[in-house]
Design a protein around this ligand. Sequence first.
Ligand code: HMG
Length: 359
Amino acid sequence: MTNTGIASIGLHLPTLAMRVDELATLRGADPDKYTIGLGCREIALCGDGEDVVSLAVEAAKRALSRWDGDLQDIGMIAVGTETAKDMSRPLSAWVAGELGISGQVRSYEVKHACYGGTLALRQAVEWRLSGAARGKAALVIAADVALYAPRDPGEPTQGAGAVALIVGEPTVARVDPVSYAWSEPAFDFWRPVGQAFPSVEGPLSLDCYMRAAESCFGAFAEEHGGLEAALNDLESVCFHVPFPKMVKKAVRHVAERSGWDAEKAAEFYEQKVDPTMRWNRVSGNAYTASLWISVASALAGRPIGKRIGAFSYGSGFGAELLLLDAGPEAATGAWAADVDVDLSARQLIDSSAYNELRA
Ligand code: HMG
């Protein structure tokens, strides 16, 4: 009954990127602020002909290509995004059109800032567990192009990317039906209808993220004999990564609330959290895809049965801590090739090319 989860993963990063120290020079900022203060390295950017649909479609094709089912076995396509093309027509319709998916399929878009992809995944898992899926699989995609207004403090945290997950037999990872959600209405980051770039209350957004982490990990700890016992069970803990320093702050905050000293929190972060962000450091904040880029990285090469945590955060705000157990196909981590292919093909641009792109 509870045997459902991720059957295949596909990732896609766009063809352009820029180093954040190059952006710092362009903006007259100290590069250390971006690289050390925020922990950023590169931001992924879309080139000509690339957009949220092309990112989502390519990630989906890659996930489908290494799955042993076919399109007739897909009964749901759900796209989590905050880069919607339309207020009515769901992004899933563009993606399904490109992939040739139609018929007895539930197709829709999920919006809740960076949390939308996780909600789509939860819905797919619960749809399978309910029996409504009648054995069919779901194609869940988290895809975004994250741009701030030029010179916005969020500019060094931009990024883009897509992760496609086929939800079916848990060959890559079993998703635990139990998760720990938390939400509080807030205006920490939002984008009103018709506004090109988000509005952000920076310091409030940091507080909301930390409060959300404290609440989700607190509930998890309470059910598992305290934070230490709960986290000992996890081989890795993945987070939504708006920028790596945010994750470090959240870990420190959660640990402090449980009475850990700074040294113990730092050791936990170095061992179980920091390594999961190797791909996030080259994608930047890919909004809904960010957490799933980290999860894909943490699952690749993971021995069967090993458990990881996945903390999702979306402004507004909603958050959820998920638990996943590596399946038999995690050890080979075939989807790591997607990132290798994209990184070796992509072009690093300089500030003048970036100015042109933004113009
Ligand atoms: P800011 O105000 O320009 O930066 O923007 P700051 O002055 O707060 O400095 C940042 C850090 O750099 C600080 O470190 C400074 O000390 C350090 P901290 O004290 O915090 O540890 N610093 C330096 N370090 C070394 N050398 C230097 C130097 N100068 C300063 N010379 C802010 C920062 C995060 C607010 C901005 O980037 C922003 O608005 N980002 C977007 C919002 C965001 O990412 N929020 C995160 C939580 S909300 C979230 O995750 C949801 C989101 O993904 C959206 C969604 O859900 O859809 C955003």
